[in-house]
Write a protein that binds this ligand. Structure first.
Ligand code: OGA
Ligand code: MN
Length: 295
């Protein structure tokens, strides 16, 4: 099926022509979507009637193996009964809006910091696919920033300075920035991971900043200098010109490439309005795109 993509931002993000992804199985269409991801880094698909099982199955057809180990499994059992399906909602085990002091809510507030999914794991997350099931009547948006355009816009000296740098990412770090406390047992399960600060994305061969508020330090650098550099890079990369804001509609599926973007949730009154989304993230391992497209 021939798809077309309409750009929603000068640098990245496109909306697909109508298609029902739960029925997409043919290699040609899957290849078109992967090519769209390489070009636009974020794709918006409207009106997707996914069940949980269909969302999980589509994610595997598109991009292979699923991440089973987001950070939240360390603090609470998954409400949806499957660790590959992240519960991005403000609902408790009984389906009621969580109390303000609920530990899961406090932990989830970390999604309002700029981040990339599962960067504190190795392998990290590649594609995240977030499906809107219940959308509040007030704005409860998600922002995305283009880390390729942000890299391209850096001064040449900075690009040179960044060559070969690696950063440590830890979910404990980003949560502790917000005052969240982990037990020793929890911390022991959250050792983090080390990833390069600049990466080249296979296929498009574009260079990209790999940033996240999970970053605790630059390897082999003094702590303060590393943190200041990461803060400056994040400030640069999240300037308005690199940012797209997604206003959710019920049934939207947004797919983003965590190697090429950062994202954050925007605040809304989560004590009053239900918001329920479900996310599946693939492992950043060898890409079926290469196999399927023969490139
Ligand atoms: C996510 C995420 C932000 C939001 O699902 O990974 O960070 O707006 N979501 O819910
Ligand atoms: Mn996220």
């Amino acid at each position: 099926m021939a798809l077309s993509f309409r750009k929603l931002h000068r640098h990245f993000v496109a909306e697909s022509s109508p298609i029902e992804l739960r029925n997409v199985r043919d290699p040609e269409t899957l290849t078109e979507i992967r090519r769209g991801m390489d070009e636009h880094a974020v794709l918006v698909f409207r009106a997707q009637p996914f069940t949980d099982a269909e969302q999980l199955a589509f994610a595997q057809r598109l991009d292979g193996r699923l991440h089973q180990s987001g950070g939240s499994r360390v603090i609470a059992k998954n409400r949806l009964g499957n660790e590959a399906l992240s519960d991005i909602s403000n609902l408790d085990q009984d389906g009621e809006i969580m109390q303000a002091d609920d530990r899961r809510r406090q932990y989830g507030l970390g999604n309002r910091l700029w981040h990339t999914d599962a960067s504190f794991r190795d392998p990290a997350g590649r594609y995240s696919m977030l499906h809107a099931r219940v959308v509040p009547s007030v704005p409860a948006d998600t922002e995305f920033a283009d880390m390729r355009a942000a890299y391209d816009a850096l001064p040449a000296e900075t690009k040179t300075q960044l060559e070969g740098l690696r950063a440590h990412h830890s979910i404990a770090h980003s949560r502790q920035l917000l005052g969240f406390e982990f037990s020793q047992g929890e911390q022991d399960q959250l050792t983090g991971a080390i990833h390069p600060v600049v990466r080249t994305i296979p296929c498009s061969l574009r260079r990209s900043l790999y940033l996240a508020s999970h970053q605790s330090r630059i390897v082999d650098w003094p702590l303060a200098e590393g943190r200041l550099l990461l803060r400056d890079l994040t400030e640069h990369a999240t300037q308005r010109e690199f940012v797209y804001r997604h206003a959710w509609r019920m049934g939207d599926l947004v797919i983003w490439d965590n190697r090429a973007t950062m994202h954050r949730g925007r605040p809304f009154d989560d004590s009053k309005y239900r918001r329920e989304l479900r996310r599946v993230t693939t492992l950043d391992i060898e890409q079926p795109a290469f196999v399927a497209s023969g490139s």
